[in-house]
Design a protein around this ligand. Structure first.
Ligand code: ADP
Ligand code: ZN
Ligand code: ZN
Length: 721
């Protein structure tokens, strides 16, 4: 039995009172210590029934398995590979409601219906809430209820529906959908593929059984069109397609691109769903009704009885790696799952992770390349803007400002990119040098001017901005450095007659606000967009011709060995947002280090020179992809506890055939009041690494010191924070 407990093993139980064993993959209710938990039957073992310690299964929750053999095998692999307790892996894999014991059967689809009160509601009463009014009108047009999926597809924000529900005008019901009329598969004429796209599509259609592909295509080369055309024959055969996208990539535009092309049910699984909606999507996939499943990281665990292809779009994206608890990589599990299902898997990216690229260069992944932009669009021109002379509190250089002015004058749009939100990252006393630091983390607090608060971006602690210096009472408190909030203010001041749209986590917290901002930009009027990495990914703005990138060189100087890789990917992804229409794009990289050789490798706009340089470095020192890496992390309120635990572990590993580095303090040494240390373990052989980790874990679980800390193992760690 897999039980959600932090122990790396299965647990034995006796069959329920009626003596009938539920099948493997079914959920059962069991007593565990003093709690009642939902577990999943893993296998029927010949346990000794006379053993007095075994308990009976309390209840059986399913009549068919919620995990089929393929998902059970995937969970088992993930538990082994990430050395994570199987019960917790299984719990991650199931939708929340199933984890809590809800029924895995649904009677039909979710529909919004007018209530009796709603029948008499006056849409005019909603003149000040146009979204609610729109929602009410759509629901009114459907006398037997409007499918919830339809309202989502029409971009009706969840908040509008909730507001109407609160008024008692509408309610959510489950009912059988009306029989759909038979239609042909294609709902839209495909674009005429370019020669490069055609070659990639043909290669994909030749796949037999498990075949991994890298679709290595520059930004704007039309990777989505390749996905769509490669999917067509598989959908015709009645196969299901799973498409994984980065967190921010699953916007309604993406969903619509897939929905518009095919007359098949599409489900989107993302963090904006309620538990009930998520369960519905999951069940529709499991019942084989949904043919295309678009989802973020955790969707890699969606049941797919008729799986035909798995696609990972923007496969380099960091959001595919879970960064706490069960630290899996959805990209890597997608490949493993395709292997279990014996189907092709396609990783698409303009800036593939070095691990992925090396597999393609070694011929282990088929390497499909798109070097030209689709529809005749040209590649952007990238230039360095030397900012060594620029004063610290001035974010945008005079030359960048001039370029912005020219672009706006031509009626085009500008993107100013800075991966730091808030007004300023530092607030400092001019007289005594005091700086606002977080009480719980070893970091400075970011000043959010509009909110009048100092906020720690690591633990979310907040406090008011002090009127005077807490140390010396001076009133000379000043900000240093810039965040997107300041950038927005500076640009609005320099360009008072132009629209400035800021997109970051602060401005898009409200549901639907990101969508609204993106729509404003897509309308194409001249405007300046200010934003963080939320803007770097996947968006298509056809009138955007200039990108100014601030402070991107920091990554090239970072202590994290992946810093330059991630910085280069980010710069090229931002650059890739420009010049996607008829006019070519220009990119200005503002830098205080114009001599950095790695920065120069990017100037032609190609990822490969940077990737080659970085691969050569990694090969020389045996780091991934030429070595296999894992990281033990320990944290504790007392510094010594975390450090000494990892020291003991490092001593233990000294006799093993692996290299260790550390323990060293994490780059963010203290977070939420805990001191954090890390120990890296590296080996040139994957099996050696995993055997060693297994032994180390066995010892660690028995060490008394381990009880004084929180510790974790991260296999294939992505960032060193
Ligand atoms: P990528 O994901 O590779 O950055 P997209 O799939 O977003 O690129 O495509 C970029 C743009 O090019 C889209 O507007 C798309 O409609 C268009 N496009 C793609 N393929 C073709 C084609 N064969 N002919 C004309 N336009 C195309
Ligand atoms: Zn002071
Ligand atoms: Zn903090």
């Amino acid at each position: 039995m897999a039980v959600p407990a932090p122990l790396p093993r299965l647990f034995d139980y006796l069959p329920p009172a009626n003596g009938n064993w539920p099948l493997p993959g079914m959920r059962v209710e069991v007593e565990f210590g003093r709690r009642t938990l939902v577990g999943v039957v893993w296998a029927h073992a010949a346990a000794d029934p006379s053993s007095p310690r075994l308990k009976q299964v309390r209840a059986c929750l399913d009549d068919t398995p919620v995990l089929d053999a393929d998902l059970m095998a995937l969970c088992q692999h993930a538990a082994d590979y990430y050395h994570h307790p199987i019960g917790e892996v299984v719990a991650t894999c199931l939708p929340n409601l199933l984890r809590q014991g809800d029924s895995a059967r649904i009677k039909g689809e979710l529909f919004w219906q007018l209530t009796d009160r709603g029948q008499f509601a006056e849409p005019e009463a909603l003149s000040r809430a146009p979204r609610q009014r729109q929602a009410l009108e759509i629901i009114r047009e459907h006398s037997s209820g409007a499918p919830a999926a339809l309202l989502t597809a029409l971009d009706v924000p969840r908040s509008a529906l909730t507001a109407l529900e609160k008024k008692g005008w509408i309610s959510l019901r489950e009912q059988q959908p009306a029989q759909k009329p038979h239609t042909s598969l294609l709902a839209q004429v495909p674009l005429t593929a370019s020669a490069e796209q055609e070659a990639a599509i043909r290669a994909l259609q030749k796949a037999e059984g498990f075949t991994p592909y890298l679709l290595d295509g520059v930004t704007g080369s039309g990777k989505t069109e390749v996905y769509l055309q490669a999917m067509t024959p598989l959908l015709e055969q009645g196969r299901q397609i799973l498409v994984l996208v980065p967190e921010i990539g699953l916007t309604p535009q993406t969903v619509r691109r897939f929905e518009r092309r095919f007359n098949v049910p599409v489900v989107a699984l993302h963090s904006g769903l309620t538990d009930r909606e998520r369960l519905h999507g999951w069940v529709r996939a499991r019942d084989g009704e949904a043919r295309i499943i678009l989802g973020t990281r955790s969707a890699v665990f969606t049941p797919l009885p008729d799986a035909g292809l798995i696609i990972v779009d923007e496969a380099h994206d960091g959001s595919f790696k879970q960064q706490d608890g069960f630290r899996y990589s959805a990209r890597d599990l997608a490949v493993w799952r395709a292997r279990l299902l014996d189907i092709p898997v396609l990783l698409g990216s303009a800036t593939p992770a070095l691990e992925t690229l090396q597999l393609a260069l070694d011929g282990r992944y088929r390497h499909l390349q798109l070097n030209e932009r689709a529809g005749g669009a040209r590649k952007p021109q990238i230039k360095l803007e030397d900012c060594r002379q620029l004063p610290g509190h001035t974010p945008v250089s005079p030359r960048s400002l001039a370029a912005i002015r020219d672009t706006l004058a031509r009626g085009e749009q500008v993107l100013v990119f800075l991966n730091r939100r808030g007004f300023a990252p530092v607030i400092r006393c001019q007289d005594c040098g005091w700086e606002a630091t977080c009480d719980r983390c070893s970091t400075l607090m970011t000043w959010h001017r509009a909110a009048g608060r100092l906020i720690c971006h690591h633990c979310d602690s907040q406090r008011r901005v002090p009127p005077t210096c807490p140390d010396c009472g001076s009133q000379a408190l000043q900000d240093a450095g810039s965040g997107t909030e300041k950038l927005e203010a500076v640009l609005s001041e320099s360009f008072p007659d132009d629209t400035v749209v800021r997109i970051d986590r602060d401005t898009t917290r409200r549901k639907g606000s990101l969508q609204k901002a993106l729509e404003r930009i897509q309308a194409g009027q001249p405007a300046i967009l200010v934003g963080t990495q939320m803007l770097a990914k996947g968006h298509h703005f056809s009138n955007l011709t200039l990108a100014v990138i601030l402070d991107a060189d920091a990554g090239f100087l970072s202590a994290d060995f992946r810093g330059p890789e991630h910085a280069g990917q980010l710069i090229l992804q931002v650059a890739g947002r420009t010049g996607r229409g008829e006019r070519p794009g220009t990119v200005l990289i503002q830098t205080r280090h114009p001599d950095l050789p790695l920065l120069h490798t990017l100037l032609k706009g190609d990822y490969r020179p940077l990737a080659n340089a970085l691969l050569a470095d990694r090969r020389a020192i045996g780091l991934p992809p030429f070595g296999y890496l894992a990281m033990f992390r320990a944290e504790s309120p007392r510094r010594e506890d975390a450090e000494s635990l990892l020291e003991t572990l490092a001593d233990l590993l000294a006799d093993c055939p692996v290299q260790t580095m550390g323990p060293i303090p994490a780059p963010l040494e203290r977070r939420q009041g805990r001191y954090r240390f890390q120990l890296l373990v590296l080996s040139s052989l994957r099996p050696t690494l995993h055997q060693t980790l297994e032994q180390a874990l066995a010892c660690l679980r028995d060490m008394p010191e381990a009880r004084r800390c929180r510790w974790q193992l991260d296999v294939d760690p992505l960032d060193m924070l």
